[in-house]
Structure formats: structure tokens, C-alpha cells
Design a protein around this ligand. Sequence first.
Ligand code: ZN
Length: 484
Amino acid sequence: MRCPLCHVLIAATLLCNVLLLYYTWHLNSRPAGRQSPSPTLSPGITVIVREFRTFEHGLADLNHSFLRARPNLRILIASEALPYPPVPGLNILRIHPSPEQPVSAFRLESQIHTRLVALVPDGTSLNPPDLLDKMARALRDAPSAVRIVAAGAGPVLQCLHLNVSLRTWTAEYTVVSAGETCGAVSGSAVLLMRSRDLFDLPFPLARPVQSTIFIQAALRGWGVKVLKEATFPRTPLPATDHGKWKAEQADRAEEAATMRALNIRLVRGLEGGDRWYGCSKETQRCFGTVVGETPEYLYEGRWTPPCCLRALRITLLHVVKVLEASNVRYWLEGGSLLGAARHKDLIPWDYDVDIGIYLEDITLCPELRGAQGGSLVDSDGFVWERAVEGDFFRVQYSQTNHLHVDLWPFYPRDGVMTRDSWTGHPQDIEFSESFLQPLQTLPFAGAVVQAPNNHVELLKLKFGDRAIEEPQYPNPALLKMNRR
Ligand code: ZN
């Protein structure tokens, strides 16, 4: 080759190719599982206002206060509907899908472009102006388990521990001991967290925002750091009596809907005592017809909803009161006797209560006599009826809620307690009348009730030698208990 320029060109082309190859290889060789920081998220904080009421709010003031302190902030008003009447100058984050819009329009990811988000309740002002920055620094400097920084909005926050058990459908708040990380706070707060963490939550903006976020955080093991030295000024809204009343109604309805969506039926440890979100006398019980002795919740790794256990206890105590008042001889039967022996209460996954009675005593009890002809609603709203499934009685919690106590009539024949029809369950067998002579009392479901004497022996007879020590689901052939 006699062309020096050609040499240079060829060398340059080769070099370009090598560089291009290296670049492509470099791009492709990034670890696939780890997400690189999305180019769409920039430094900064997006303020989201979700806790407000359309009928009486201070959104314009809030917007003004935050923008005056920090002109570059993006403030999103998160709402199912546009505030009405409309407020000019607000950025609305529509969180409810609308049939003519693409689904991406309602994804938080398409609306939030900063790495951090602050959830701010209505009525809050940003003062001093660097408060959000302080929170951001606290989050950056916190141990990795801390994923949320909380600062009071108005009153001082109390740090709480939050234990969420999906198996028992329960969220329980307790006051933390000194030095422990919080899992939640009580009192109105501004919450600051990473946008990606918010995107990961299946219920990012369901109301009430604070407790919904804390419950999801607890399930992920996320801690909450309380910024003690900083508090946002806040005027609680709505401020009028009528507005407050309307807001309280809406709060209650939304809280109930959200807790049910989160599969929480009982919240303990908050102001005002236990809060129930499950079934009541006026609503149907929380689960459908039981097939194969295995209620649906067991397949989902859950035990009987606490509202249902409570209704069963109430029904049992009512039945016991009526039977004792009529001098009907009764005793705990089957799984209920097993629960009494194990932990003085219902088995936590049981779905009914079983009681045995002497057949000849039925005539002593007006409710049972009434039930023999059909069904009877007593003055407390419990329904007494002859079971359609066989020769026994059933007492339901209410006409709507069919949680029930079954009453099995036995009669003695040659010293053996027997019945004319049987359920076919292995534990449903004849037994010596000596277990009932005399009856004894056992603590059960918060009361003292009658039970067979020598009940441990009777249970061994019915359920096998190790039934008390080795719990099992009612029908292990369908579903075995997962002992971890
Ligand atoms: Zn229930």
C-alpha cells in the first residue's frame, strides 16, 4: 500500500469498530437483575397531597405556602375526582382510572419524576423552608431498614411499634420501648420516602394514607424514623363543625374499605380501643359455605377472622346462659372440647362450636322446644333452629350472620352415650356416660362452661393419643398444617 492516508483511515475505522464493540458489550454486560437508576427519576422531592376533603380544603394555601418556600417543588393533588369547585393553579394527580384514558396515565411512575416523595396532609405549611431537605438528609443518613422519615404536622408524633399478622387478620400497635425503631406514628405527619418504595406498594395512596402505608411497611420490615426536632405548622381541616362531621363519616367508610382490602379485620392499640372491620350481626359472616371441613381462608394460609371468632364466642356464651337457665345438661363436644383442652378457647382456625346435650332435656328449654317446630329468633336476635343437615339443633349469631353453635342431642343406652344419626366425622362416636357423671367445668372463651370429666381421656378416644399436643387442620387429607 502506497497510500499513507489509507493506512490512517483503515486504522481509524478499526479503532472505531473496537470502541463500538466494547461499548455494546459494556451495555449488555450490566447485571440483568439489578435495576440501574431510572433516567426518569431526578433529584428532588415531589409533594403529594392525598389527605384532603373536596368539600372543605386548604389546597390553594398549601400550594402557595410550599411554592413560596421552595419555588421548584412539584406539588400533586392526588384525587379520584377533580376538586369541586375547581381550584386554579393546582396539579391534579388522578388516581382513579377513567375508561377513555390509557392505564399508564394513572400509574404513579408516569406522574412522579423525582427520587423522593413527601406525603403531606391538607392544612400543612412549609416553614421553615428547609424542612423537607432536613427530612431528605435524615432518610439518606438512616440505616437501610429505615425507609420512611416522619415529621409532625401539627402535634408532636408518638412513635409506635406495629405488628401485622395476616394469618390472624390483625394489626396491633404498641408503644415502643426506648431505642427501638418505630414502625408507625400516631398523630398527623408528613411522610418522606423514596419514590421507588412508594411505587412498590400495592396500595400507595389508599386512605387513610398514614396507616395504610405503615401496614404495608410493616409487612416489608421497613422502619420509620421520626424527625423529633422538626414540626410542620398545620391547621387541621375541615375546620367547620359540619365539615368535620362529614369528614369523619367519610374517614370511617374509607378506613373500613381499605382495611378490608388489606385483609385486616381488627386493629388494636389505637385511640378509642379495638376497631373491627369484619362481620357483625347485620352483615354476613366472612366466609362462604365450608366444603370438606376446610374453610376457604385456610387455603390462603389464614385462620378464622377475629370478628368471626368473637361472634362464635358471643353465640356460645348466649347458648350456655340459656341452657343453664333451663337446667339442660350440656357439655363441650368435638373440636370445641379440644380447643378448651389446648388453650381454653376456640381453636383459632375453627369455624363453629359444638355442644352435646341430653336428648331428654330438650323439653326443659323453651328455645329448643320452639326450634323443634322450625326456627325461632330469640329476644337477643339469635336464631334457634332444627338443622336441615341432620338430627341436631343450630343456634345462629343472627338472621344475617350464620356463624353458629351446633347442639348434638345424645341419649344413654346401657351406659353409653349415643345418637340416632352421625356426621361421619371420625371424632363423632359413642362414649361412656361416665364421662358426664359428673360434668366438670372448664374455662373456655372467656367464661366457665360445662365439659365432660376426664376430658383428656375422652379427647384421646375421639381424636387419637397426640391430638392435644399436635394440632392439625380439620381435614388433613385436604389440607395439612404447615409446621414451620
Ligand atoms: Zn367475620
